[in-house]
Every structure is written in structure tokens, then in C-alpha cells.
Design a protein around this ligand. Structure first.
Ligand SMILES: Nc1ncnc2c1ncn2[C@@H]1O[C@H](COP(=O)(O)OP(=O)(O)OP(=O)(O)O)[C@@H](O)[C@H]1O
Ligand SMILES: [Mg+2]
Length: 250
């Protein structure tokens, strides 16, 4: 069975997509079979991998549920062992229409069976809100990774997501962790402040820190994963280290 990780925080621009792309491609480069599910209508994962959007996407999956299995929405990428379930803006409208469905937050989780044995890892990128799409990703996940950039409201976003996790998965749910992202080494005061603000979750914060690294931005514009685009960049080095830490932690 595939290990499933949702990358989530409702704080926009925290590095969810960059982290999901790096994890997915980094694991694929190690020879692991990976499925990346873009649960964000912004569709940034397809863009980041330089893929032309073709249907069906996750929009059609939700629209036609349960007649279209998740398996039939999977597309190949240029990396041998990385596949993608793409997303497009229309998914936002379809998600609105799910409100009348019973157990609407479990639609994705219940469909995982059709892909579970094909992959070692299923990674889910989520939108910057705690709505039904994020809930579907969280319900499907074994582990929730929370990227946190140095921002005054980052801690509130962690608290809000933890509240959702406790409602959905129970008060004692402990399969989550915080990854500090976009750290600017020159801003030592801010970095100290963000570490202090996360102190109450100290044991949940990964040791690896992702620095601000412009190639992570450029790689997406070039439609390539960071390990193909600039494997020696500080961003690539940090995400490679993070993958090793995550593999030990899980
Ligand atoms: N470590 C980093 N160094 C430099 N730029 C980064 C880094 N991480 C992310 N970025 C850039 O910051 C912006 C936001 O990152 P990203 O898209 O991953 O965030 P997000 O949480 O997915 O955003 P959204 O909430 O809109 O989905 C992007 O332009 C991305 O390229
Ligand atoms: Mg994103």
C-alpha cells in the first residue's frame, strides 16, 4: 500500500507546491513509484512539471464520482516513476457543488484503492484554505506535512490546521510534522522569532530547514523538478536532506 502524505496549510505561498513537487520528484529520482495528486484548483503542479493540461483531471473525477475511478485520471510525466493527477480551475466550482453529497470529504480517500498498489507514495498538494478539497486530501492522508514560512500569521495557520486534523482524525492524531520553509539566512531575528513561535510543537518540527533558494522558483517556470533543473542548488540540497529525514521519521 502506498504511503500517503498531504502537504497542507491554509497560509498562501508557504511553499506547499514547491515542497510537494520536490518530495514527489525527489522520491521518483530514488526509483520510488510516486503519484502526485494536485488537489488545488490553481493547478500549479502541472505547471511546475511543464505539462499541458489534458482531460480528464481531478475536476472530472469529483464531477463524475463514483463512475470515474482515480486510476483513469492519472497522467504520465517526463520522470519515469512519477505520475500526476492534474487539476484545473473548474475544480473550484465542482467543489462548491459537493456540499449536498454525503461524506463529501471522503470521496478521494475512498477512491485511493484504485491506485494504492501501483505506487509507493501518494503525495497530495492542497489549496490555501481548509475547505472540502483540503478535507479530502487530509482524509486520504496517513501523514500531514505543514510547510511554514517565516510569517507573522504562520502559527495561527498551524493551529487552524491542527484543529481540523483533530476534528477529522481524532484528538490524539499525531501523524503530522512542520517543515520550516523559505528561510532567509540574513534575517536572523525573524528566524529566531519563528522558531520561538513554533516552540510548543518542537518535537514536531523537522530538523531540516528549507532556505530561500531562487532556483526552486525558476525550476517551476522552466517546467522541471529542482533535481533536474539545478541539483546542486541549496534548495535541492535541502529537500534531498529533508527526504532522508522524512524517510527515517515515517
Ligand atoms: N524555498 C524557496 N525559495 C525561493 N522561492 C520559493 C521557495 N519556496 C517557495 N518559493 C516560491 O514562493 C512562491 C510560493 O510558493 P508555493 O507556490 O510553493 O506556495 P504554496 O503554499 O503552494 O502557495 P498557494 O497557497 O498559492 O498554493 C512561489 O513563487 C515559489 O516559487
Ligand atoms: Mg500551491
Amino acid at each position: 500500500m502506498a504511503k500517503k502524505i498531504a502537504v497542507s496549510t491554509h497560509k498562501g505561498g508557504a511553499g506547499k507546491t514547491v515542497t510537494t513537487l520536490a518530495l514527489a520528484s525527489g522520491l521518483a529520482h530514488k526509483g520510488e513509484r510516486v503519484l502526485l495528486v494536485d488537489v488545488d484548483p490553481q493547478g500549479h503542479c502541472s505547471l511546475g512539471l511543464g505539462l499541458q493540461l489534458t482531460t480528464p483531471t481531478l475536476k472530472e473525477f469529483f464531477e463524475r464520482h463514483p463512475t470515474l475511478p482515480l486510476h483513469d485520471v492519472v497522467q504520465r510525466t517526463y520522470l519515469e516513476s512519477l505520475d500526476l493527477v492534474p487539476s484545473d480551475l473548474g475544480l473550484a466550482w465542482v467543489a462548491e457543488g459537493l456540499s449536498g453529497r454525503p461524506k463529501r470529504e471522503e470521496l478521494l480517500a475512498r477512491s485511493m484503492r484504485s491506485v494504492d498498489t501501483d505506487y509507493d507514495w501518494i503525495l497530495l498538494d492542497t489549496p490555501p484554505n481548509l475547505g472540502v478539497l483540503t478535507q479530502n486530501a487530509v482524509a486520504a492522508a496517513d501523514f500531514v506535512l505543514i510547510p511554514t514560512a517565516p510569517d507573522a500569521r504562520a502559527v495561527n495557520a498551524v493551529e487552524d490546521l491542527l484543529n481540523l486534523l483533530h476534528v477529522m482524525k481524532g484528538d490524539s492524531y499525531g501523524h503530522w510534522g512542520i517543515l520550516m520553509t523559505k528561510l532567509d539566512g540574513r534575517k536572523t531575528r525573524t528566524n529566531t522569532a519563528i522558531r520561538e513561535s513554533l516552540a510548543s510543537w518542537k518535537t514536531k518540527v523537522f530538523q531540516t530547514v528549507i532556505p530561500l533558494s531562487e532556483p526552486l522558483n525558476q525550476a517551476q517556470m522552466a517546467g522541471k523538478d529542482i533535481f533536474t533543473f539545478d541539483p546542486a542548488s541549496s534548495g535541492a540540497v535541502a529537500y534531498r536532506q529533508f527526504i532522508e529525514e522524512l524517510l527515517h521519521a515515517l
